[in-house]
Design a protein around this ligand. Structure first.
Ligand code: NAD
Length: 255
């Protein structure tokens, strides 16, 4: 008797994760690998730690080094990634940066740097991957990593809030354009997680206490808390889920 395939299995699928060398991207890459996917890890820095974790999980992995703030880098990434297993089944747009300053002092450089990586690059990488997914008629999955600042204003992070709010809108637009053509576009909105991205606010004890006091789960998220949502959205179990923004936030938004 042959075993019935779990709707959550990613066996035989190739998933590309940007910013896979650390933090949430690493945790997502590992979770997808544990669910059976072959994982393409894209980032600027060496991904040895992620590759070791994927090897431990028994998952095939490919490293592609690229600076995603350069739009010219995007098409070559998609070409190289597609060539590895014949296609990209799932793209996770995770890479992101943050710059902090009061709105009155915010510089054009801090605006452009964040918008380029967190929004412009996400759109054009999605476009390049979707063209491939549509060309062979097999569709695919795109998962964008949003933020609480896709819903809320925040403070001192003007370009980050603009980019993550734009990401929420783009997730819905792309879902509307591509749902009927076999591509599910969704987002995950992490709450407050222990990664490099939040090192500065965690180091500020007053801010740390303020944030913690609002999280019903009573703790910051650990990167391992995010992977299950990505596996779900990448899997057949989510085949009728389009344009959703799934909070993984310890209850922050429910408060
Ligand atoms: P992180 O700083 O540890 O990871 C960011 C990743 O993006 C790194 O792998 C980095 O190398 C990569 N990256 C940045 N610029 C790049 C570029 N130009 N080219 C290629 N790769 C680039 O932080 P993280 O918290 O793991 O962030 C991952 C995503 O999660 C980001 O989009 C972030 O905005 C989002 N997020 C994080 C939190 C949190 O609490 N940590 C909350 C909400 C959303």
């Amino acid at each position: 008797m042959t075993a019935v395939r779990s709707p959550f299995s990613l066996a035989g699928r190739a998933a590309l994760v940007t910013g896979a060398n650390t933090g949430l991207g690493q945790a997502i890459a590992v979770a997808l690998g544990q669910a059976g996917a072959s994982v393409i890890c894209v980032g600027r820095s060496p991904m040895d730690e992620t590759l070791a974790k994927l090897a431990e999980a028994g998952a095939a992995a490919l490293e592609i080094r690229a600076d995603l703030s350069e739009m010219a880098a995007l098409q070559p990434v998609v070409e190289q990634a597609s060539a590895w297993k014949g296609r990209i089944d799932c793209l996770v747009n995770n890479a992101g940066i943050i710059r902090r300053a009061e709105a009155v002092d915010f510089t054009e450089d801090d605006w452009d740097a964040v918008m380029d990586v967190n929004l412009k690059s996400l759109f054009f990488l999605s476009q390049a991957a979707a063209r491939k997914m549509l060309a062979d008629g097999k569709g695919g999955r795109i998962i964008n990593i949003a933020s609480m600042l896709s819903f809320q204003g925040g403070i001192r992070v003007a370009s980050y809030t603009a980019a993550k709010s734009g990401l929420a809108g783009l997730t819905r637009l792309l879902a509307c354009e591509w749902a009927g053509r076999g591509i599910n576009v969704n987002a995950i909105a992490p709450g407050y997680f222990v990664t490099n991205n939040t090192a500065a606010i965690r180091a500020d004890s007053a801010r740390d206490a303020q944030i913690l006091a609002r999280i019903p789960a009573g703790r910051w998220g650990e990167p391992e808390d995010i992977g299950g949502a990505a596996v779900f959205l990448a899997s057949d179990a989510a085949r009728y889920v389009h344009g959703a923004i799934l909070p993984v936030d310890g209850g922050w938004l429910a408060r």
